[in-house]
Unconditional design. Structure first.
Length: 194
């Protein structure tokens, strides 16, 4: 959804930029742009005058617009507050009384996963990221499969990896495993004949 909204916003900004450039280069477009702008300003003035309000605001429409903007801002803040903490560089943190604090970074787990998969013929690449969701840290483990590799075998490999991560950390951690493919998969040699 985020990518779709960003793509749409990019297209709108691209169109606005092209229209602005065309208005600066072509006199006919500049005249149409000026005519449309003055027409829109006249319509906005008429709309504001249609619902007068005493005082500095001068129109109910202006107050309604401000209320809509304040409501949208409040809803945006509420949505942001309801989301998880997002990505975090730490997988775990544990205090041992007065002796110190042990912090496990995501990079450590990522290096351990890469070392465990060194020489694995099924997996081309991996990525590990940690996410904080309402005080609970979870991992996302992405395994990029080699072309022709068995998804069942990769899933079994992922199970072994998750058990190893739990052993490494000393406690179980929620892990989302994604088995993906991509251009790297299609460019690599197949694992077996199909």
């Amino acid at each position: 959804m985020n990518r779709i909204l960003l793509a749409l916003a990019g297209l709108v900004l691209l169109a606005a930029g092209a229209a602005t450039a065309a208005a600066g280069i072509l006199p006919d477009v500049a005249a149409a742009w000026a005519g449309t702008g003055s027409s829109l300003l006249d319509q906005a003035g008429t709309l504001l005058a249609s619902a007068p309000l005493p005082g500095p605001a001068r129109s109910w429409w202006a107050m309604a617009g401000l209320a809509a903007l304040a409501t949208a801002a409040g809803l945006s803040i509420a949505w942001i507050a309801s989301q998880g903490g997002g990505r975090t560089p730490r997988v775990g943190r544990e205090s041992d009384g007065g002796r110190g604090t042990t912090v496990v970074e995501t990079g450590f787990v990522s290096a351990a996963v890469k070392q465990a998969l060194a020489g694995n013929r099924l997996v081309l690449g991996t990525s590990v990221s940690a996410w904080d969701n309402r005080g609970t840290t979870g991992l996302r483990l992405r395994l990029q499969a080699r072309q022709g590799a068995s998804p069942r075998e990769i899933a079994d490999t992922a199970d072994v990896l998750v058990q190893g991560i739990d052993t490494l950390l000393g406690h179980p951690l929620p892990v989302l495993v994604r088995i993906t493919s991509g251009t790297k998969t299609w460019a690599a040699a197949p694992d077996r004949a199909r």
